[in-house]
Design a protein. Sequence first.
Length: 293
Amino acid sequence: MAKPKYFKFIFPSGDLTGIARCAYDKAAIVAYRIPRDRIKDVKVLEGSAHDDLQNPGIYMLIGKPINNRIPFYVGQAAPRKCGDPIYNRLSEHDRIEKRTRDWWTTAFVFIDATNSRRVDETGLKYLENAIYVSAKDNAALDVRNGNEPPGGSPDESALSVLDDIYEGINLCAKVFGFSGEVDVSQDTTITGMSFHGRTKQGEANLIWDGHDQYTLLAGSIIRTEKEADTLLKGDVKFRHESAGLFMPDGKLKRNIVFNSPSAAAKFVCGFPVAGPSFWKNENGIKFKDARNA
């Protein structure tokens, strides 16, 4: 029987939907859940919460699933002469992403609870890189880091401590409800019109909801040959990043939602194709004709 694990929760503002603090004594870390619209509240926290967030730490930015993948970013908040490393780092992300793409809704922050500087700059780099590598291996996560963070090289005595902290970070994230997985229904009775498309490798199945949602169903066969040179780089990148979502034989493991029939068709085929002509219903009628019937 597994040993029990104990976590202590505090809601500094008294709001269960606001900033939350989770302490995990075994790894001697504290974790915070900070909704994006509550970043300014970090500045006015008092007591232990205020003291915690003056320390350097690791943070994750999480968004709502898009096409059954969770937008994800990992970074480190290193010490600053002006103080408030967590607040300043999250505020920077908030400003930058508002000018480009608003994709994240929640930040998770992880801090050494001992205030003993067990996690120095090298340790922060080690943890940031370890989380990044793990996230890239998870097909359910859409990692938004532009490049792989450089990993630190801690000595052996520090490594055992950092590995305990890494395990604690994963546990605290799960306690907060972030498992790194998307709960996707594989029910092929999704309401809408059914279509199929064929490649030399097999058949794919699509459900159109009548509006702007096109669901490629689990069990569809994805063409696994190299993409055509004429396929846009963005489409090639999405196929490569989604490789973990289908098996070696091309069978799709879970549903994926697209915003057009052509986007779904290009994902299946690996080359440019007109979705309205590629997809047909059970009577052999092309999507472009069936949708107007």
